[in-house]
Design a protein around this ligand. Structure first.
Ligand code: SAM
Length: 458
């Protein structure tokens, strides 16, 4: 059966969990600490509790899980917007069909050019983004775009993984996306609260709540086994939305053997044609941190993504609470890497630092920026990825791959100062690789990369 969600049932779960006794909260947090994840009912109790000591413990556990499972590595990616034509009228979105501006769809040459610019920034992993317009931005156009990106070779590197964030589509189209070799299919539910969904999505195909909600069922049936969920925080009550995500994750896990590969937590930002003061459910920074920490402990093996919608300071805090992937040097505008001027953004970004500045900043924090794309290329996707992750074995490959891709980056794109900083970070992290064999292999590969070999991964 496909995913369904009943707002009344979710509200009742939250209501029933209010006032959960301290001993029960202790027991839930004990379980979270053992990295086994939590059931939606447990998450409901954590979302509605107002005990400060338990909240402090929740944050602590999130930080510990982040360290234990993900260590110091942070995966880097960049969005690539190819078309802002859109037939939907979504109240919150700058691409809403009601907004009048000169819309663009990149030609294949322009897409190649954008991908080249991103490649010259050192990026290896992109999230392809587009508005929904079956005529101006058909599935065949998206497939051509992906083909062009994968075939592009300009500087020393290449784009090795294209994740796709486009509108919900048919099983047949998902099959085409699968066959061309996309990484993760990403789709934000925006809100799991059906009445709010209808209020926000005033017209267009996206107004169909059920079709949007069941997109991952069609994607999974078509063979895509890495799917990435998310909600747009600020549209409805954050507790409801986190529980919605958990119920969706449980459905995917039970039905297809793997829950979300990633969860994104975009927070509503100002955009053309919308007025932030109309939104009653905007989250405070404290509540937003609680959202990230709660998701972290509930689904410890799911990657968590934060974009440039958040400020540098907020991103610093969120990384410590469980974020494992960040975008950097991002433009949220069609053709934005070539022109770098504002006008057609989907929303305002809060962190406009370059990719290299973000990497320097991560390294200052003793974190290891990673351009790893190994799992997907080694076939470690879906349930295979999840079983490796749950057995704790995934980290045996994550740190080596992070160090090798950082080494590649420093050799190909870094200046003298960057190289010094990265080389010392690599040296100090090699002893952290637990397996003797893997440590030796990584050391050898780092030397090979320094002398010119590329794209080594385990
Ligand atoms: N058209 C596709 C769809 O319908 O899912 C792709 C979505 S769009 C390129 C990526 C995401 O940006 C949306 O799913 C939405 O969550 C987010 N977004 C839209 N307006 C936003 C705003 N004002 N602030 C923050 N995020 C926004």
């Amino acid at each position: 059966m496909d995913m369904t969600i009943d707002a009344v049932v979710v509200e009742r779960m939250l209501e029933d969990s209010k006032g959960t006794k301290a001993e029960k909260l202790d027991e839930i947090l004990d379980r979270a600490e053992s990295l086994r994840g939590l059931a939606p009912e447990d998450v409901a109790a954590l979302l509605t509790m107002d005990s400060q000591p338990h909240l402090a413990r929740l944050f602590k556990i999130a930080g510990r899980i982040k360290e234990e499972i993900y260590g110091e590595r942070i995966v880097m990616f960049a969005p690539l917007y190819v078309s802002d034509y859109c037939v939907n009228r979504c109240r919150y979105c700058g691409y809403s069909c009601d907004n009048k501006f000169d819309r663009r769809r990149l030609t294949l040459d322009e897409i190649r050019n954008e991908a080249e610019i991103l490649e010259r920034m050192g990026h290896k992993r992109l999230a392809l983004e587009a508005g929904e317009d079956p005529v101006n931005c058909s599935i065949d156009y998206m497939l051509d775009a992906i083909r062009v990106i994968y075939n592009m070779k300009a500087g020393p590197g290449e784009i090795r993984r294209v994740n796709v964030n486009i509108a919900a589509t048919t099983e047949e189209n998902f099959k085409k996306l699968h066959d061309i070799g996309i990484g993760t299919y990403i789709l934000f539910q925006e809100t799991y609260h059906e009445p709010t969904y209808f209020r926000m999505h005033e017209a267009g195909p996206k107004r169909n709540f059920e079709y949007h909600l069941t997109a991952f069922d069609r994607a999974m049936r078509s063979g895509i086994d890495d799917v990435g969920g998310g909600v747009l925080f600020g549209l409805y009550d954050w507790r409801f939305e986190v529980l919605g995500l958990m119920l969706h994750n449980q459905h995917l896990d039970r039905t297809y053997g793997a829950g979300f590969h990633t969860i994104s937590s975009p927070r509503l930002r100002p955009a053309a044609g919308m007025d932030m003061s109309e939104y009653e459910n905007l989250l405070s920074d404290e509540d937003f941190k609680r959202v990230v920490a709660t998701i972290r402990i509930a689904v410890p093996y799911t990657g968590m993504i934060i974009s440039t919608r958040e400020s540098a300071e907020m991103r610093r805090e969120l990384i410590r609470l469980g974020i494992s992937q960040v975008s950097g040097g991002s433009s949220v505008e069609v053709g934005g890497y070539a022109i770098r001027e504002s006008g057609g953004e989907q929303f305002e970004v809060a962190d406009s630092r370059s990719a290299m500045d973000i990497m320097r900043w991560l390294m200052d924090e003793k974190l290891v920026p990673s351009f790893c794309t190994a799992c997907y290329r080694k076939g470690r996707t879906g349930d295979r990825f999840m079983s490796l992750a749950k057995s704790g074995n995934i980290k045996n490959v994550c740190l080596p791959n992070a160090l090798m891709t950082l080494c590649e980056y420093m050799m190909d794109y870094g200046d003298e100062e960057f190289r010094l900083q990265a080389a010392s970070l690599i040296d100090s992290n090699i002893p952290r690789i637990k397996s003797d064999n893997m440590r030796e292999l990584t050391k050898g590969n780092i030397e090979k990369i320094k002398s010119g070999e590329r794209d080594l991964f385990v």
